[in-house]
Design a protein around this ligand. Structure first.
Ligand code: SF4
Length: 694
């Protein structure tokens, strides 16, 4: 925090964590500390924050804040000057590139980076480094829903309507989403609605539901097919909407004929009568929404599952209808913007495909290079990390805004891959678990020390504002990128360090793309305008509601796409007789690198646990509160047993925020969705046994 004494001017900004991006007013005093309160008048959180938002200012004073670059010397990270650190990075990267080519260097970004950072990171990777090897942790967050949304609608925006529209809903189906725990302020918009929650666990959201469908892990796709079967066979599909606004219904209707409720019950474990009731509730409502979350998306068939729920929504005539719709509750703070500006392996800014000739020509023009100089698509996130240090893979990795050694599936293998690198560079503001493995650590600014923009789950572009000057010794990510680019012979003015200037260029790059920001300016945002992309010109009001008259495919129609159920990638067996599924708890966020440093959050949720049905626990010799070892084919973790009679008998739950022996991603299966590159986070075959802890 700044060393200047005295009160701090009130600053309106947004919470540093999830994709709801609650509006926050920061105030206080430099000695007594910064405080947060909900930003009055901001409709998304409408006067509320969750426990994480209230306590976020504590991050600004975290005791182990990084303020000096660190360079590994004789096995230890030791302090270095910025010049030494950056020269070390650039020198070693240059040597690796000249030995092994530009793809010897990889870049890994994050869904929490501002739009400006995500944009400049993509440009830095593709122009300064010339590498195709860039992807980001958002691949593990929203990629399945994004792929399905793009296929069905021709565009992907988490919620294609303002979150406040949900206030008028009569019925909302939440499939694999637990906003009651992950985004509590969202729940006020659902107070009037009857909720149907599809989740293997009886989550806090499921406890508020009128109907809880509790499928076996990995069978959500079958459940969606069963719901659509009832809609079709009971004549509840919206015929005129289907005729006028869509293609492909009859093939999809044929494909669900075999999914009558009793068969769906056999596969999912959800009673046939509940499947019929859910379909009738949705179809009987004038205003209904289907929302998906990570629970149905983080599977090796996650895209097909999201597609099946979109098919259901289309059959009911919901997308684009006033008072109805389909949406995905994006998770990370800038999960939406992070996927639009070019840090994704297969995309260029403006949410353009990197394989598209016209897109390449446009972006090359904005960047001042030739289209043929731009590399092609690279590996998706897990494939990229899994290739590190192999004969075919990159030999160096630069990580910005991510902690993949905790958040990646099969984390033991990822730790081995990181250890096999010639050079690991991490830019962060705390010594995350990944930073501790690095050869060079670069200390960078955090949320309330920087200007920029983020785009929340409803496609609304928001201003992040600086309240404090960064501590001495800390630089912004944009400054780091410029410094490194210059060391690669790039002109400094191609990598501006002023976020406004970067945003100006981002606007030009996005112009005409699917996510068009051309008409959004800092001035308009600072004047309080609510601007949702696409916003193609400065006199355009933005687009809070998509699909009202047409979908984004050239003919204006949405697509039904047939999909079918397949079993989880891993079967249960005598050795691994239970499913483990992973998720979040209220008081922690993602890999926990930030929230595990907040005293109140740590007191509320200090350690890993494994949630188990009492009968399952008894069968495996476990007692409440005692340590248990959970073992999969890939690794194990130790956590205390938490008995819960609402759990399925065949399923245990572990949160993924914790480290050391409590690391849940030691268990998870890196089998990838062929359409999106999403790993199978939500279903791993495991066994559970009592653990001895010293
Ligand atoms: Fe922050 Fe999300 Fe909590 Fe809102 S819901 S306060 S954005 S963590």
């Amino acid at each position: 925090m700044s060393e200047l004494p005295g009160p701090i001017p009130e600053t309106d900004t947004h919470c540093p964590y999830c994709a709801l991006q609650c509006g926050t007013r920061l105030y206080g005093d430099r000695e007594l500390g910064v405080k947060a309160q909900p930003l009055a008048g901001f409709p998304v959180n409408a006067g509320r924050l969750c426990q994480k938002g209230w306590t976020a200012p504590e991050l600004l004073n975290t005791a182990d804040r990084l303020t000096r670059p660190l360079v590994r010397h004789r096995g230890r990270l030791v302090q270095a000057s910025w010049e030494q650190a950056l020269d070390t990075v650039a020198g070693r990267l240059r040597a690796l590139r000249s030995e092994s080519g530009p793809d010897a260097v990889a870049v890994f970004g994050g869904g929490g980076l501002t739009n400006e950072k995500a944009y400049l990171l993509g440009k830095f990777a593709r122009v300064a480094l010339g590498t195709s090897q860039i992807d980001y942790n958002g691949r593990w967050c929203m990629s399945s829903a994004a792929a399905a949304g793009n296929a069905a609608f021709g565009i992907d925006r988490g919620l294609p309507f303002p979150v406040t529209d949900l206030r008028d809903a009569q019925v909302v189906l939440l499939a694999g989403a637990n906003p009651g725990e992950t985004m509590p302020p969202l729940m006020q918009h659902l107070e009037q609605a009857e909720l149907i929650v599809c989740d293997p666990r009886r989550t806090p959201t499921a406890q508020r539901a009128a109907l809880h469908l509790q499928p076996s892990p990995g069978t959500d796709l079958a459940l969606a097919l069963g719901l659509l079967h009832v809609v079709v066979t009971e004549g509840m599909a919206d015929g005129s909407y289907i005729r006028e606004r869509t293609h492909g219904f009859s093939e999809v209707a044929d494909s669900v004929r075999a999914w009558w409720p009793e068969r769906t019950e056999q596969v999912t474990g959800v009673p046939a009568r509940s499947i019929r009731r859910a379909a009738r509730m949705l179809a009987g409502a004038d205003r209904a929404y289907v929302l998906t979350g990570r629970g149905v998306e983080q599977h090796s068939k996650g895209t097909d599952t999201a597609q099946a729920f979109i098919n259901l929504a289309l059959a009911l005539g919901l997308p684009g209808r006033p008072g109805g719709g389909y949406g995905c509750l994006t998770g990370q703070g800038n999960g939406q913007g992070g996927r639009e500006h070019g840090q994704k392996a297969d995309q260029l800014p403006g949410y353009r495909s990197i394989a598209d000739r016209h897109a390449r020509a446009h972006i090359a023009r904005v960047w001042g290079v030739m289209p043929e100089e731009l590399p092609g698509p690279g590996r998706s996130a897990f494939e990229l990390l899994d290739s590190l240090g192999t004969p075919e893979g990159p030999r160096a990795l630069l990580v910005f805004g991510s902690n993949p050694v905790v958040s990646a599936p099969h984390s033991r293998r990822i730790a081995e891959r990181l250890a096999a690198l010639d050079l690991l560079v991490v830019a962060d503001f705390v010594p995350s678990e990944t930073a501790r493995l690095a050869d060079v650590v670069l200390p960078v600014t955090q949320w309330a020390e920087e200007e920029g923009t983020l785009t929340n789950l409803e496609g609304r572009v928001l201003r992040r504002r600086a309240l404090l000057t960064p501590p001495p010794g800390v630089r912004s990510d944009l400054e780091v990128l410029q410094e490194l680019a210059v060391r690669f012979g790039q002109p400094a003015d191609r990598y501006p360090t002023d976020p406004r200037q970067v945003f100006q260029e981002l606007r030009a790059a996005s112009k005409g793309g699917r996510a068009d920001y051309a008409g959004i300016t800092y001035e308009r945002l600072d004047a309080g305008e609510a601007l949702h992309w696409p916003c193609p010109s400065t006199d355009h009001p933005g687009t809070p509601r998509l699909f009202v008259e047409r979908f984004a495919h050239a003919d204006g129609r949405a697509r039904f796409l047939p999909v079918d159920h397949r079993d989880p990638a891993e079967d249960l067996s005598d050795a691994f007789p239970l499913y483990a599924t992973t998720g979040r708890v209220l008081a922690q966020y993602q890999s926990g690198a930030q929230t595990r440093r907040i005293r109140e959050l740590n007191e509320a949720a200090p350690e890993a646990f494994v949630q188990v049905h009492p009968d399952t626990a008894a069968r495996h010799g476990l007692t409440d509160g005692a340590p248990a070892r959970v073992v999969s084919a890939r690794g194990s973790m130790i956590a205390s047993v938490r008995l819960d009679p609402t759990m399925r008998l065949d399923t245990v739950f572990v949160p993924f925020h914790y480290v050391k022996e409590g690391r849940a991603n030691n268990l998870t299966n890196p089998e990838l969705d062929p359409r999106s590159g999403m790993p199978e986070f939500k279903v791993s075959a495991v066994r559970i046994e009592p653990a001895e802890v010293e």
